[in-house]
Structures are given as C-alpha cells and as structure tokens.
Design a protein around this ligand. Structure first.
Ligand SMILES: Cc1cc2nc3c(=O)[nH]c(=O)nc-3n(C[C@H](O)[C@H](O)[C@H](O)COP(=O)(O)O)c2cc1C
Length: 198
C-alpha cells in the first residue's frame, strides 16, 4: 500500500505540512512525499493540449512525474494552507493541472452525455484533505478541496483535517495531531478495504 502525501505549505515550519506528515506516518503505508515548496508547478494555461493528446500536459515542469504518482498511489493526502478563505495558489496550480488526467483514457466516464469532460482515473481512490488557518476560512478552503477531489475527481474522502491554529505550532496541539493521526489511520483502512474488494 503506497500513499502519496502532498505538502502544499510553502513555509519550512508549515503547520499544514506537519499535519499531512502526521497523517501519512500514522497510515503505516509506504510513502511518497511531494513538497510543493521544492518543486515547480506552473499555472494551467487552459490550452487544452491535454484534451487533444491523451492527457499529456504541454507544460514541462515538475507536474509531469506527479501525474504518474497520482495514478499509481493507493491513497492520497493533500494539504493546503488556507489563504483568503481558499486553497493556496500553489495548491490550486496543482489541482488545475490535474485536469489533464481526465484525458488519459483511464477510469469511468464522468458524464456520458458530455464526453468532453473525460474520464476519472482517480475515481474511488481514498483521499485525506487537510488545511490549517489562523482564524477563519478553513471550512471554505475545505469545501474547495472537497469539490476538486471528490466532486470532480470522484475520489473517496477518507478523512478531513481542518484546523484553526492561530499563530501557534501544531506540534504543541496534541488534540490536533491526534485528529491527523486518526485521518491517516482511516486512510489506511480505506485503502485496505478497497484493495480487498478489488
Ligand atoms: C496569503 C495568505 C492568506 C491568508 N488568508 C487567511 C485567511 O483567509 N484566514 C485566516 O484566518 N488566516 C489566513 N492566513 C493565515 C494562514 O491561514 C495560517 O497562518 C495557516 O496556518 C498557514 O499555514 P501553514 O502553517 O501551513 O503555512 C493567510 C496567510 C497568508 C500568507
């Protein structure tokens, strides 16, 4: 069982990343970790090259290996800091670019009456969503993560971590870390259950 952990925080001490790593470690699964602070994922240009070219994105950057990692992972954890009550720009770039996966020719057809909306290769793959915020807006950021990963990619949500942490460090917040651990364990359970039923 292999989990892809996407750390969307750009700060070295990112609380979001700490919760992603905590959940990932608690899953007990093999891990691949992507730190958005150390890679280049440019914005989607909307060229739709992917739609016309079997899901191949025309932008040659660090998103290219991530497509394969997303396809191969048994489960995913994605974390974004809450910025202006939404996901961060860096995480949104990744999500926008993930649209190319719709055109790989893999997975269930999303809407049979709208073939241009492609397929969903990540369908039913378990995912944990995570965000931290200083004060308010984490529910809205979480709603966006839920919309992108569940409503659009059709992934199965195994857990949600949405925490208001002020200016504190989650390392000093045992209850928050416990919730992240619980989400990681739930992810492992969902991955195991899916493997058992497939
Ligand atoms: C660009 C930007 C926008 C932010 N927007 C909000 C916001 O809408 N609401 C809020 O309470 N905190 C906001 N914050 C604070 C962050 O949500 C908070 O510090 C968060 O925990 C940062 O995550 P990180 O520790 O993973 O970097 C913002 C911070 C930045 C840098």
């Amino acid at each position: 069982m292999a989990i892809l952990a996407i750390c969307g925080g750009m700060r070295p001490d990112s609380n979001t990343n700490k919760l992603v790593r905590t959940a990932a470690a608690a899953s007990g699964c093999d891990l691949q970790t992507v730190e958005l602070a150390t890679v280049t994922i440019k914005p989607c240009t909307g060229c739709m090259h992917c739609m016309m070219n079997e899901g191949r994105c025309a932008i040659d950057d660090d998103m290219q290996p991530l497509y394969q990692q997303l396809l191969e992972a048994d489960g995913v954890i994605i974390g974004s800091p809450t910025y202006y009550m939404d996901v961060s720009g860096a995480v949104k770039c990744l999500i926008d670019r993930s649209l190319a996966l719709y055109y790989r020719g893999i997975g269930p057809i999303a809407y049979p009456d709208k073939p241009f909306l492609g397929q969903r290769p990540l369908a039913e793959k378990p995912v944990v969503l995570a965000t931290t915020v200083a004060g308010a807006g984490h529910e809205k950021a979480m709603a966006m993560l839920r919309f992108c990963m569940h409503e659009c990619h059709k992934m199965t949500i195994a857990g949600e971590i949405a925490e208001a942490v002020g200016m504190d460090d989650v390392d000093d917040m045992p209850a928050v870390l416990e919730r992240a651990e619980a989400a990681g364990k739930a992810l492992a359970g969902a991955v195991r259950a899916r493997g058992a039923s497939s």
